[in-house]
Design a protein around this ligand. Structure first.
Ligand code: SN0
Length: 332
């Protein structure tokens, strides 16, 4: 593996999940693999889980880690080509990425969207320029459009929980991705990413949200040629209660509108996840990538109940990062 920015960089997701669960069982089995190798984690936005879990994963593999909050600690960066740099930006991304590549064998980059211009955000300029100029493998720590380490951890969590349940042969879990209200304008990265993994996984995916919150269909369905796995197309439902019926997993997340780009179209509190909503499901586990706004996205009663899987989900971020770093290290 030379980069990890999307499910499209993965050959076989079911095998990847199995391999990640082996890392979880034997965390230190490859302690020599990363010896004398350095992972550089570059953040242009805040982080708790991504930073610490990726650091921990690298340490389990014997790597050294250096971390920089580039937005706060570095020179301000120019990303556009051919500009006269007579403004506030002191350093061009071409040099910055190439220089970091001199110090690290693998680089992780976090760069959120600005949510002002859809084409600009969806071109993922910062991540792609790092890939272009770093000269070493790059992994996404959440880009403007996707959050692959999160989605892999989500699939690991769903697989673990589903496999521990008694079930009929060939049954698939019903996974519901639900929009929920939030006071701020948030990216579509987590739901886009979750959808593009789930349509390739052995699950039935339903996405429920108010009108106007439709995600980019490039992520919610497989390309017509298919062939990448089972699954296929997410079912979109505008009635949350209907969508929740029979669900095995409720994955809540807020996102801003993709169609009316970066706009908040609803703050309807009726979309918050409560015990009453969870009672419509098939005893579903509640999932969220965190950080989560209590009593906006989800009521305390759900988050503090045994139905919540969010801590396990966050714990699985280590194995998601560890299996990917391992695959990249093996090919250095
Ligand atoms: C980010 C997002 O993509 O929605 C990161 C999630 C892993 N979340 C936020 O920015 C939440 C900010 C807030 O104020 O609640």
């Amino acid at each position: 593996m030379k980069k990890f920015t999307s499910v499209r960089d993965v050959e076989n997701i079911n095998r990847l999940v199995k391999e990640a669960l082996i890392e979880k069982q034997f965390p230190f089995a490859n302690k020599e693999l990363g010896k004398n190798k350095t992972l550089g984690l570059i953040f242009l936005n805040p982080s708790l889980r991504t930073r610490l879990s990726t650091q921990r994963a690298a340490q389990n593999l014997g790597m050294d880690v250096i971390v920089m909050n580039l937005d706060k600690e570095g020179w301000s960066i120019e990303t556009k080509d051919g500009v006269v740099m007579d403004g506030s930006a002191a350093e061009h991304i071409k040099e910055a990425a190439a220089v970091i590549g001199q110090y690290c064998e693998i680089i992780g980059v976090r760069s959120f969207p600005k949510l002002l211009n859809r084409d600009e955000d969806y071109s993922n300029e910062v991540l792609n320029k790092f890939i272009q100029y770093a000269g070493v493998p790059v992994v996404s720590l959440e880009s403007a459009t996707l959050h692959p380490f999160q989605s892999l951890a989500d699939l690991i969590t769903i697989t673990e929980i589903w496999n521990s349940k008694p079930k009929t042969v060939n049954s698939k879990p019903k996974v519901v991705l639900t929009w929920a209200p939030h006071p701020k304008i948030l990216p579509q990265s987590v739901p886009n990413s979750f959808a593009e993994w789930m349509v390739r996984a052995d699950v039935d995916l339903v996405i429920t949200h108010p009108q106007g919150y439709e995600l980019d269909t490039r992520f919610t369905s497989l390309p017509p040629t298919g062939g990448e796995g089972r699954g296929g197309v997410a079912k979109i439902m505008y009635n949350q209660d209907e969508a929740f019926k029979g669900a095995d997993f409720i994955y809540a997340k807020n996102w801003s509108s993709y169609k009316e780009y970066g706009k908040i179209l609803s703050q309807d509190k009726n979309w918050m996840i409560t015990n009453k909503k969870m009672a419509l499901t098939n005893n579903a586990k509640f999932m969220h990538c965190l950080p989560v706004r209590r009593n906006m996205i989800v009521a305390d009663e759900v988050l503090d109940s045994p139905a919540s899987g969010v801590i396990r989900q966050a714990g699985n971020r280590i194995w998601s990062a560890q299996i990917i770093l391992k695959k990249i290290l093996e090919q250095l």
